[in-house]
Design a protein around this ligand. Structure first.
Ligand code: PLP
Length: 385
């Protein structure tokens, strides 16, 4: 029975899975170079947007012949832009192992009404990529943010596939090794691993994706914010910083600051190492206890960003109420904000471990979780009488 509060508190209790914690060095005055009140089409605005694209390429190691665009509506905008523009040319396979992947299935089946094979796995598990026909267009999420299950690597994706791979990589980019040669479309937003602002999405296209865009016209109408071609040719300007509509130059500046911080901690290798070290704190914590476990079944698929934990103690009578109460206690103590499991996911905790989170804060949080768990077990027993 632990009743005394742990001695150390996390210096930053922000463990939300999006928007995620800002970079550890963040302060608003770092944004003072933002060209506010200027047109994004003025030279200064265009230069900032182009710099955001090129720094993204540099930090993520995206090949020179891949296009990178800043697009509207965050990661959702980027995924939907890709699906609406590219799908329909050949059969599709939709993979889902948590709610965001399931959302893309709904888009394709109910809205686009495309012939698609749907392969799903329960929360905590993953679809076997070896069973997927990559001669179809395959849509999947690299890191399932709401289940904490990720694709371990791109080995199952054939180099000579006939279909396109369309990958929602929003909670993976900058924390996990994305095999660019296996991804024809990858999307992410700034608000995840880099702790940037939401609203803008990144769309990364392989040469094969561009070839599809230039050779195929979907049967359905495309709204202006989805249109990437004109007269059958790619609008190259979009991928040089001439955005389709007006971006927030404040958010762009913030992303640039985050990218430069990323470079200062060792670039992609440094960012991935930070997420790995963070997730290990949680994995080790679970290892030593029989009342809490990783939702991801196979250790190879465990996320190092959105780590999802479930309570496994046999004394718990109402799993959902219990997990909510623990999260509420931690929030009330001011030691962890926004760590309840996603609304559609199994009950538990989801603790963001991306690069902007400090390992020492996670280390400080663990005893608090233990204390909140024990307090809640006691509270439950008291109610039961
Ligand atoms: C895997 C995944 N896809 C899509 C989204 C939606 O992202 P956004 O709100 O940035 O569009 C999220 C947000 O958490 C996500 O985790």
């Amino acid at each position: 029975m632990v009743t005394t509060p742990p001695a150390t508190r996390p210096a930053n209790p922000r463990f939300s899975s999006g928007p995620c914690a800002k970079i550890p060095t963040f302060s608003l005055d770092q944004l003072s170079d933002a060209p506010l009140g200027r047109s994004h089409r003025a030279a200064i605005g265009k230069a900032k947007l182009a710099e955001a694209i090129e720094l993204t390429r540099e930090v993520l190691g995206i090949p020179e012949d891949y296009r990178i665009g800043i697009v509207p509506a965050s990661d959702t905008g980027a995924v939907e832009m890709a699906m609406w523009s590219l799908l329909g040319a050949r059969p599709a396979t939709m993979l889902a192992w948590e709610s965001f992947g399931a959302g893309w299935v709904t888009d394709v089946v109910k809205q686009l009404k495309i012939e698609a094979e749907i392969k799903t796995a329960e929360y905590g598990e993953i679809v076997d990529l070896k069973e997927v026909d990559f001669d179809t267009d395959v849509v999947f999420t690299w890191n399932g943010t709401t289940s904490g299950v990720r694709v371990p690597n791109g080995d199952a994706i054939p180099a000579d596939r006939a279909g396109l791979t369309i990958c929602d990589a929003t909670s993976a980019a900058f924390a996990q090794d994305l095999p660019w040669d296996k991804l024809d479309v990858a999307t992410f937003s700034w608000q995840k691993v880099m702790g940037g602002e939401a609203a803008h999405g990144m769309l990364v296209l392989s040469p094969r994706a561009v070839e599809r865009l230039e050779s195929y016209t979907p049967a359905w109408p495309l709204p202006k914010i989805f249109r990437m071609t004109k007269g059958g040719k790619l609008i190259e300007g979009i991928f040089k910083g001439e955005t389709i509509n007006t971006p927030s130059m404040l958010a762009v500046e913030d992303y640039l600051v985050a990218l430069k911080w990323g470079q200062s901690v060792g670039g992609l290798a440094g960012l991935m190492a930070r997420a790995d070290a963070n997730a290990k704190v949680l994995w080790d914590f679970c290892e030593g206890r029989d009342w809490i476990a990783n939702l991801a079944q196979d250790p190879a698929t465990r996320s190092n960003t959105s780590v999802c934990l479930k309570f496994t103690d046999g004394r718990i009578t109402d799993g959902a109420a219990f997990a909510k109460a623990v999260a509420k206690r931690l929030e009330a103590e001011g030691v962890a904000y926004d760590i309840g499991a996603y609304r559609d996911a199994p009950a538990g905790l989801r603790i963001w471990c991306g690069a902007t989170v400090e390992t020492s804060d996670l280390q400080a949080l663990m005893p608090w979780i233990e204390q909140a768990f024990e307090a809640e077990i006691d509270a439950q027993a008291a109610v039961a009488g």
